[in-house]
Design a protein around this ligand. Structure first.
Ligand SMILES: [Fe+2]
Ligand SMILES: [Fe+2]
Length: 230
């Protein structure tokens, strides 16, 4: 994976880079373990509907990113350089493509694409929208943590997809994995470029820690198993 941690974009995160890396490493590892656990259980009972249910909150996260990114641009975009508006809009477009692709995968497995926030995605969504209200960089920090955490799910998903012959799901997530490298790098770059004050850095840390704590709860093997059987 591309090392986006020391990406050019400014020195705004220099004082907190080590703590950010610690948070990000822990969520990636947690998500990797939870995804392994989900597919280990799935191996015992490989029902496509279970995989469809697992993908539903993931589809919602894609479309919620579209709403969040567009609101981020509308509300705070003019304080950013024009190229950053363009890159955030490109990310938004790709998240819309992800919603479309994950939606197609859900339908191919016999499931329904969510049109409102699934209960298991609600705390995640509420936290992001709260961050967006609080500070111009907080939502970017929170979704950077969430998107980094998702990177821990790709390898176990590919291995399971190959075991079970879910070629469409694997194909879609390879594309998503590629786009996510750009999203994660962009988030870090924007944070480093515009964090100027200690308050900015505190808000970034608060958002990342909050998302880490949510990810720890959201992606535990238990919660994934619960969502699976819901
Ligand atoms: Fe996405
Ligand atoms: Fe993304």
């Amino acid at each position: 994976m591309v090392d986006v941690r020391r990406i050019r974009g400014g020195e705004g995160l220099d004082d907190i880079n080590d703590e950010l890396d610690e948070i990000l490493d822990s969520v990636v590892e947690n998500t990797r373990q939870a995804t392994e656990a989900f597919f280990a259980a799935y191996d015992q009972n490989p029902d496509p509907k279970i995989l469809a249910a697992w993908l539903q909150p993931r589809a919602w996260r894609e479309i919620d990113y579209v709403f969040l990114l567009n609101e981020q641009i509308r509300r705070y975009g003019l304080a950013f350089e024009r190229r950053h508006i363009t890159l955030l809009a490109k990310q938004s477009f790709q998240e819309a493509e992800h919603y479309e692709m994950v939606g197609r995968a859900i339908e191919s497995l016999g499931g329904k694409v969510p049109l409102s926030t699934p209960p298991e995605a609600k705390p995640w969504s509420d936290f992001l929208w709260d961050c967006l209200e609080r500070h111009p960089l907080a939502a970017i920090a929170a979704w950077n943590c969430s998107e980094t955490s998702a990177s821990g799910s790709f390898e176990p998903t590919f291995r399971a997809g190959e075991r079970h012959g879910f070629d469409e799901v694997v194909r879609i997530y390879k594309q998503i994995e590629n786009d996510e490298k750009f999203h994660v790098g962009l988030g870090r770059q924007v944070l480093a470029a515009y964090a100027k004050t200690d308050t900015d850095r505190e808000e970034i840390l608060r958002a990342m820690r909050g998302m880490r704590d949510l990810a720890w709860k959201t992606f535990t093997p238990e919660s994934v198993t619960q969502a699976r059987s819901a």
